[in-house]
Design a protein around this ligand. Sequence first.
Ligand SMILES: NC(=O)C1=CN([C@@H]2O[C@H](COP(=O)(O)OP(=O)(O)OC[C@H]3O[C@@H](n4cnc5c(N)ncnc54)[C@H](OP(=O)(O)O)[C@@H]3O)[C@@H](O)[C@H]2O)[C@@H](O)CC1
Ligand SMILES: [K+]
Length: 505
Amino acid sequence: MRSAYSVETVRAAERELMARLPEGALMQRAASGLAAACAELLGRVYGSRVVLLVGSGDNGGDALYAGARLARRGAGVTALLLAPERTHPGGLAALRAAGGSAREAAGGALDGRAAEDGAVAAGVAELIRRADLVVDGIVGIGGSGGLRPAAVPLAVLARASDAVVVAVDLPSGVEADSGEVRGEAVRADATVTFGTHKPGLLIDPAREYAGATRLVDIGLRPHLPPTADLEALQHADVAALLPSPAAESDKYRRGVVGVAAGSARYPGAAVLAVSGALHGGAGAVRYVGPAGDAVIARFPETLVSAGPPSKAGRVQAWVVGPGVGDDAGVVDEVLASDVPVLVDADGLRLADRAAVRARTAPTLLTPHAGEAAALLGTSREEVEAARLPAVRELAARYGATALLKGSTTLVAGPDGGPVRVNPTGTPWLATAGSGDVLSGLAGSLLAGGLDALDAASVAAYLHGLAGRVAAGEGAPVGASEVAATVARVWRDVVGGGWAAPSAGY
Ligand SMILES: NC(=O)C1=CN([C@@H]2O[C@H](COP(=O)(O)OP(=O)(O)OC[C@H]3O[C@@H](n4cnc5c(N)ncnc54)[C@H](OP(=O)(O)O)[C@@H]3O)[C@@H](O)[C@H]2O)[C@@H](O)CC1
Ligand SMILES: [K+]
């Protein structure tokens, strides 16, 4: 399990650890890991041109000490200071002692024009343009509210240069705790983070700014609480959670999942939800709704019934909503059952919040950003900008587990606790019907006995991997192919013989 902790928790752990260590030891551990990562990315340190963007806090201190290490190995290192009089004094002295230089980043006249807020000093743009490596030590976990104006041109210049950009702890300008990016931020090729991941490094949009993330162990782990703020399942976690039938299993012991989906107008949604459900490990899939003929034609193993859900026979979990149009009755009826229920697509619009809150069995809601926005009374853009607060709010309002789809799908439980972020997402999954497959898959795992948080996050993991594998070398895939690929990735995950794809971390 990969975990991430909020800034407040990191600060508390850091205080505990610092109290046991000589002054400055922690920063030296951070700088040493940072310098090693930079050296690796540079390939050849000797003769390389390194520019450090240095803010007024310890984040800048890390950059300066790492710069000193690179300078000792023969790199030409220049620090651009955003607040010369408040620069980390020890770091600056170390850099100078190692042969590096420092100059003011902001303010001075540019191309003959008078200095203005946000202007860079003469020669700064050229330095960044010609650099092999830019180290972003503008601001780390001490920052909030986006980049300050004086730092913005440096972020812009770094983005425009061909240099490898390495962010120290976090790309400056992103929100560590939520992954929000309000305004300009540094776009890094790699982020070297210390002690633990911060939530923002794993959640879009900030994750995209972080590039490949590397964690440097500075001894913080024993001082962090056992429960993280954010978790990402890895192959081994998923393998341990996947149901596997015992020798004496029959279909009822493996779980029967009921799918109430589709309509005369949208039979495809039913077919796709069933296809997902058939690959999720349940012993049987029962389909209820007007698209029975289409379902049976494609998947003859489905148990199809024409009547209402309450008359369909025994199920251990329901999936309701994909393609049901305006059939509120079917949603109400399924929500009235006493087994776990997954509500997706049209079902989300039709589900009565009080009825969801009143349920005693678990409920799992699986909206995309637009659907989540409608449920929360906000805009799609706002949900996409602040995904973590949105999924938490949704789970709390409905007293349900909420899965918010996206390139970094998030799953939040109703009672707080760690939020899960899916590391296997791919933009190829943004394809029609892909969500129907996911809901069938997650419903099947619910029927197999996984709790709602596990069912949702395991389904997102397999679905993401299947999307990646089906897309192969980057060709578009249809939702049916994604469903058909789930069995293969399931085998790979259980077999453990397949390295987890790097999702940037
Ligand atoms: N925790 C750990 O275990 C370890 C932490 N370590 C390192 O320390 C870092 C945290 O250092 P930190 O606390 O000094 O804060 P930091 O991120 O440098 O920023 C504060 C400065 O930035 C400024 N500033 C604020 N907002 C801004 C903005 N939006 N845009 C621009 N500037 C902004 C603000 O200025 P002021 O408000 O004072 O004017 C303030 O001076 C951490 O990320 C890691 O790298 C490692 O060395 C060892 C282990
Ligand atoms: K930074």
